[in-house]
Design a protein around this ligand. Structure first.
Ligand SMILES: [Zn+2]
Length: 426
């Protein structure tokens, strides 16, 4: 049998667990899987690689429309494919904010035109992200939006959040919260602790995150909504999620690569690339987040890929905007820093994120008949990134030695990224 493409010799995640096998791809689907899949018009040698469903990022800032000097759907899609992603959920804090269906359709259609990853729009919880009244939730739902968030801001008003939770719960959607108390964080630039004291910089206490999360979990339990907490940053937050799950609350949680890779001591450099929201916290928080991810209390690695132009970041730390890039190095941090096993890696970076985002064509273990949306990652390869596909460069990972490297990404059988030469025939 002649396949369009064969991935040869990888450790493949299948319904029976991880097996060393070849994967034959034809017409966009997996046509054969095993030790005798036949030849391919193209062959990818993936010996030593983890092969599984392409990654899914439920927290990406693509900046289109309105801030295309930072990123757009095309450059963000290139970065996503290079990071091993087959789908990303675009955050709605654009200009204008995505609070109505036609805006969500624009994002989805731009993603299809580019064609490198499936771009799933999320929609605002409140109109214009102003936190006052609900967005056009029905209209967003009809446009395919399944995750609702005012990311960049927390929905602070408990009555507004309760109404939105009841409404979105009835539809079956997810309320995703940037859980940072606006008042406790308003004057801070970094984590409130020994480093902020030494630098004389206003800090943001652990309580800013924990108070919002604790309140939200009470409201989620009351309304029955599927609640997702974005970019968990504190050890106490992990325990709040653990306890809520134990009670049966429909809660999921994500952690960003940077909250696993760095702590507040990185801010002592006053390099504004380390200015993120919520802030990089203490070493004990970092360790608790990693442990929570390994254990599965934290469901997903989500990048919070947040591009900012150099001229915006090259200012005094206090004046810089929050955020760093993440798409191209998230897999490396999950492998090299969190030390996930292959099964846990695909569970937290593809299977569970796809379930949270309601993307049934993603996050599927590999078997004959499923879409050939696949990533091959070499877990042992160490490398030092020197560049990025993003339009922005605000990433401390550039120039840092990382362990674990994405080799090839496929979207429905089409190779969307490859870092090694592709051999025709064979
Ligand atoms: Zn956020």
């Amino acid at each position: 049998m002649m396949n369009d493409l064969v991935l040869r010799g990888g450790s493949v995640l299948t319904p029976e667990g991880v097996v060393v096998a070849d994967v034959g791809v034809s017409n966009g689907v997996i046509a054969a899987l095993g030790t005798t899949v036949g030849e391919g018009k193209t062959t990818l040698d993936v010996t030593g690689c983890w092969v599984g469903p392409a990654l899914v990022d439920i927290h990406t800032h693509l900046r289109e429309p309105g801030q295309e000097w930072k990123e757009d759907v095309e450059s963000g899609s290139l970065a996503a494919a290079a990071g091993g992603f087959g789908a990303v959920v675009a955050m709605p804090n654009t200009m204008p904010a995505i609070d109505a269906g036609h805006l969500a359709r624009f994002i989805r259609d731009r993603g299809r035109e580019v064609g490198l990853v499936d771009v799933m729009p999320s929609g605002c919880i409140t109109l214009g992200r102003a936190g006052i009244s609900m967005s056009h939730i029905d209209d967003l739902w009809k446009a395919g939006v399944r995750i609702f968030t005012d990311d960049g801001d927390s929905v602070a008003n408990s009555a507004v959040l309760r109404s939105a939770m009841e409404y979105i719960s009835a539809l079956g959607g997810v309320v995703s919260q940037h859980a940072v108390d606006p008042d406790l964080s308003s004057v801070g630039h970094m984590h409130e602790g020994s480093v902020s004291s030494r630098l004389g910089m206003y800090g943001i206490p652990h309580a800013a995150d924990d108070i919002t999360l604790a309140r939200d979990l009470v409201l989620a339990e009351m309304t029955g909504v599927r609640y997702h907490v974005q970019h968990l940053s504190t050890a106490n937050g992990v325990e709040l999620v653990r306890e809520a799950k134990r009670r049966g609350v429909a809660v999921t949680a994500e952690v960003s690569p940077h909250h696993m890779a760095f702590d507040h001591t990185a801010v002592a450099t006053t390099d504004s690339n380390f200015k993120v929201m919520p802030p990089l916290r203490e070493s004990s928080d970092r360790q608790a987040l990693i442990a929570g991810l390994v254990e599965g209390i934290i469901d997903a690695v989500a990048t919070d890929h947040a591009p900012h132009a150099a001229l915006e970041k090259e200012v005094p730390f206090e004046e810089a905007p929050n955020g760093m890039l993440g798409l191209e190095w998230a897999a490396s941090i999950a492998i090299g820093v969190a030390a996930l096993t292959q099964e846990a890696f695909f569970d937290r970076m593809s299977i569970r994120p796809a379930a949270i985002a309601s993307l049934p064509e993603h996050g599927q273990v590999l078997q004959v008949g499923t879409a050939a949306t696949i990533v091959a990652v070499d877990p042992l390869h160490t490398w030092t990134p020197t560049t990025t596909f993003s339009k922005s460069r605000n990433a401390p990972y550039i120039g840092m030695e990382l362990a674990g490297k994405v080799r090839h990404t496929l979207l429905r059988g089409v190779v969307t990224f490859s870092d090694t030469p592709i051999v025709a025939g064979q």
